[in-house]
Each structure stands twice: as structure tokens, then as C-alpha cells.
Design a protein. Structure first.
Length: 338
């Protein structure tokens, strides 16, 4: 068949599946994902065509399922890059290619740096710099995030301990936790072991969970959060406002902070809706007894708006991009002296 006919067939199949089927007392709905490859453009043997349609099918799944996608060269290139990144990541820790940078978190009341967020960096000898936005999802899919996450936690704990030993007045180091790490049965054991071995009291560590991760199976999430909370580890909700928070769950989460997502903060000057969202999040947090930190603060106007609304802390390029541990030391002693 040709492209047009393939489209018609795919649509017909999806329509067919879209009718709910009654099985016992359940109504079940199937959301198929269809990948299409065409002979002879995409390949002239069975294996190649099947491989191409498989790639296209995964792309259909990524597009939210219940749709169809054609194979394209671009999918192939993406797939090759993913495979290369996955292979290179396997050696990233032992080859010393990973590092952490730290972004200051500034308390608005005192204008002091009170905490930092640890952010992962990966410089590969031939692939070059690869953003965590690209490699973290790959590390999640391949399960490598568990080992990488452990490395991040240990490196951050070690650094924080050293800062405290040097008398730096920091009260928290925030570490991002991925979905897979959060749901891993060994999580708490691993963290407790790291904190013990590095000699860092738990209340200096804050785990950042995205709203999406926290709200996925919330009852289960509450149980995991509770066990961390009992140990004295702090929790915050990252990218707040971008997911679908159920307020009844939010009030049950043993968290200390909401991180207002950058997408709202960056438009507070020109968009009255974003201003309303930011001030509503701050009110909500106040009423629930939670602290607020705004991410992605890039200029004075945004800062002033946040200050007026009663936001507790800010983080962003206006104060500093994520930077080295030495630079943090320099900035912290400077902020203490003003
Ligand atoms: P995130 O946790 O939301 O981190 C904030 C991101 O915003 C960082 O990007 C940071 O460099 C950037 N940023 C900070 N201030 C500004 C600003 O004023 N303007 C703009 N435009 N950007 C700002 P980065 O370091 O590229 O990290 C991206 C994402 O990768 C993070 O988003 C986080 O989801 C993930 N990530 C980074 N490190 C880790 C890690 O160790 N573990 C896990 N699981 N995820 C990580
Ligand atoms: Ca974060
Ligand atoms: Ca964030």
C-alpha cells in the first residue's frame, strides 16, 4: 500500500480499538500505538522494515499513545544517539566524566545564600557536553540512574560535609531525585548509608521530587516520603504548578518547600495570569505551612515581584548560574559580609 492508504488503515484500526470492551464488570479501553514503515523507501527486507516500524511505534507511544507514526530518518538518528549515550553512560562514573555544579539559593529576608541545589554535569571526551535534560531520561530508561543517583548523593553529601566543617553557614543541599530512584525499594537504605558514611546529619539534605513524580500513585508516594521524613531528611516539590496536584494529597505530603516552576517566574512581568499563579502558589504554601522558592529568577523586576508576594527564597541566573564548589565558597563568604 502507499502512504495515504497506510494512514487510512491506521486510523481505522485505532477507531476500532477506541470502543470500550466490557469484560466482567469492567469497561476496558485499549489505546494502541502504531508504527508504520514503507517498502521500499524504508527498507527492502523484512527485518529492516520491522525495525523501522518498531522505532516508529515507540515514537507513537512517546507522542502519548493512541496514534500512529511513520518511520523517518530523524527517528533513526535519534535512536543511534540514544544508543551511543546509553553505552557511554555506562563508563561515565569510572572515567570521572561526571561532576556536580551548585546553584545558590538565596533567602530574601536576609539576602544570604542559605542553600544550594546540586546539578549534574557530564562531559564526554568525544560526544562533548551532554545536558542532563537529554541523558537523565536515557539513564532512567536503562536503569543506570540508580548508580548515577547514588554517585550524585554521595558527592553532594561529601561536599556539604566539607563546607560545614569549614564553617560555611549553609543550611541545606538540595539533590534532584528521579522517578525510578524515588520508587526504588532500597532508596532510604542507600541514603542513610551515604549520610552515615559521610557524616552528614540528615536535616542538611533536601530531596527534590517533581510534582509529577510525587502525584503518580500518591498513596505510595506518601509512604515513601514519610519514611524519609522520619529520618529527618527534607523534601521539596520541584517544578510546582506544571503537574496535576491534588490539593488533598499535597496537604498530606510531609514536605517543607514548594519550588515554583521557572515557566511562571520568567513571565511575571508581562503576563498577568502568571503573576496570579505565582501569588496563588505562595498563598497556598503559606496556608499549608510550607516554604516557597522561585526558580529561574533572571532579573530585578522578577525578584521584586516575588519579594512583594512574600516568597521566601529565590534561585536563578540573577544571583548566579550553577557553578563550582570554589565559587560557592567565595560567594557565601561575600554574602555574609554585606
Ligand atoms: P531542575 O531540577 O528544574 O533544575 C533547574 C534547571 O534550571 C537547571 O538546568 C538550571 O541550570 C536551570 N536554571 C537555573 N536558573 C536558571 C535561570 O535563571 N534561567 C534559566 N533559563 N535556567 C535556569 P540543568 O542543570 O540543565 O538541569 C536540567 C534538569 O536536569 C533539572 O531541572 C533536573 O530535572 C535534571 N537534573 C539535573 N541534575 C540532576 C540530578 O542529579 N539528578 C536528577 N534525577 N535529575 C537532574
Ligand atoms: Ca530541581
Ligand atoms: Ca525545577
Amino acid at each position: 500500500t502507499d502512504t495515504e492508504q497506510a494512514k487510512i488503515r491506521a486510523k481505522a484500526l485505532i477507531d476500532l480499538f477506541s470502543k470500550p470492551c466490557a469484560i466482567e464488570h469492567y469497561e476496558l479501553i485499549v489505546t494502541p500505538s502504531i508504527g508504520i514503515s514503507l517498502f521500499p523507501d524504508d527498507g527492502d527486507d523484512h527485518d529492516t522494515l520491522l525495525k523501522c516500524s518498531d522505532l516508529a511505534m515507540y515514537s507513537a507511544k512517546n507522542e502519548g499513545r493512541n496514534n500512529f507514526q511513520f518511520y523517518s530518518q530523524h527517528l533513526q538518528a535519534n535512536d543511534e544517539r540514544t544508543t551511543a549515550i546509553e553505552a557511554a553512560l555506562r563508563r561515565a562514573i569510572e572515567q570521572n566524566e561526571l561532576s556536580l555544579v551548585y546553584q545558590p539559593q538565596v533567602e530574601l529576608r536576609s539576602n544570604h545564600i542559605t542553600g544550594v541545589e546540586a546539578l549534574l554535569r557530564w562531559q564526554h571526551p568525544t560526544l562533548g557536553y551532554i545536558s542532563p535534560v537529554e541523558f537523565i531520561p536515557i539513564a532512567e530508561d536503562s536503569g543506570q540512574i540508580i548508580a548515577i543517583g547514588e554517585w550524585v548523593l554521595r558527592t553532594a553529601a561529601k561536599q556539604m560535609k566539607q563546607w560545614l566543617d569549614n564553617g560555611m553557614p549553609l543550611s541545606v543541599i538540595a539533590v534532584n531525585l528521579s522517578a525510578l530512584q524515588f520508587r526504588h525499594p532500597n532508596l532510604l537504605f542507600q541514603i542513610t548509608k551515604i549520610l552515615d558514611e559521610e557524616g552528614l546529619p540528615p536535616h542538611y539534605l533536601e530531596l527534590e521530587l517533581t510534582e509529577r513524580v510525587a502525584m503518580d500513585k500518591p498513596e505510595e508516594a506518601i509512604a515513601i516520603m514519610q519514611s524519609g521524613f522520619k529520618k529527618g531528611i527534607r523534601l521539596s516539590i520541584d517544578d510546582f504548578g506544571t503537574g496535576y496536584s491534588s490539593l488533598s494529597y499535597l496537604k498530606r505530603f510531609p514536605i517543607s518547600k514548594l519550588k515554583i516552576d521557572r515557566s511562571f517566574v520568567s513571565h511575571v512581568q508581562e503576563d498577568s495570569d502568571d503573576r496570579a499563579i505565582v501569588s496563588t502558589i505562595i498563598d497556598l504554601a503559606n496556608n499549608l505551612g510550607l516554604m516557597t522558592i522561585a526558580e529561574g529568577v533572571e532579573n530585578e523586576q522578577q525578584l521584586e515581584f516575588l519579594r512583594m508576594q512574600g516568597c521566601n527564597e529565590v534561585q536563578g541566573y540573577f544571583f548566579s548560574p550553577p557553578t563550582t564548589a570554589e565559587e560557592i565558597e567565595r560567594m557565601t563568604s561575600w554574602s555574609e559580609n554585606v
